[in-house]
Ligand binder design. Sequence first.
Ligand SMILES: N[C@@H](CCC(=O)N[C@@H](CS)C(=O)NCC(=O)O)C(=O)O
Length: 202
Amino acid sequence: MPTYKLQYFNIQGRAEIMRLMFAEAGVEYTDDRINPDEWGKRKDEMPFKQMPVLVVDGEHKIAESGAIYRFLARELKLGGESSVQEAYVDMLSECFNEIFNKMPFLEQDPDKKKAAMDTVLEKNIVPTLTIIENKFKSSDRQFLVGKSVTYADMQLMQMGNALDMMAPGAMDQFPALGKLRTTVANLPKIKAWIAKRPKTDY
Ligand SMILES: N[C@@H](CCC(=O)N[C@@H](CS)C(=O)NCC(=O)O)C(=O)O
């Protein structure tokens, strides 16, 4: 079994999907949370001077969230059971990444933040989630793709949590996706991780 070290800040952010994947797979890893005060000194250790970074066997440093999700999905069997399922999971993952990347998390001015969030909601988030909600609602599946949980379901859960923070109530118009969030959060290993993980705002 390889060794894994996940490097990120002490927040959920882009790395929480990876932590959820390790939790669901029951695989050990080092959860290396880097203090912002140290970041200036540590930045140059990272392939693209950003995190998250996954270090495999102490020597392979993998950067870019999407690349890490896909790598871990293959390692931990959390990315679909056929090439076509893998492609669907990847497709949904890219949609959720795009939504995440468009949210104005770092905007400090509350009025500008709300205006930017309203625009992203109307132009991107609601249209995309409406398509996914309708497709999911008309299926008899418990998870977005296939018969078992994948990292796309975990991204949906995290994106829902981010939306609750950035646009309270916005997820209410997607009841089927809301039910899926609850299903994922109640998977026993995920539930146990959520209960014990470090408490951070996001
Ligand atoms: N495209 C990268 C973006 C990574 C990214 O923006 N990382 C941020 C934290 S979420 C970071 O390292 N910020 C510190 C910095 O840029 O100095 C990915 O998807 O992993």
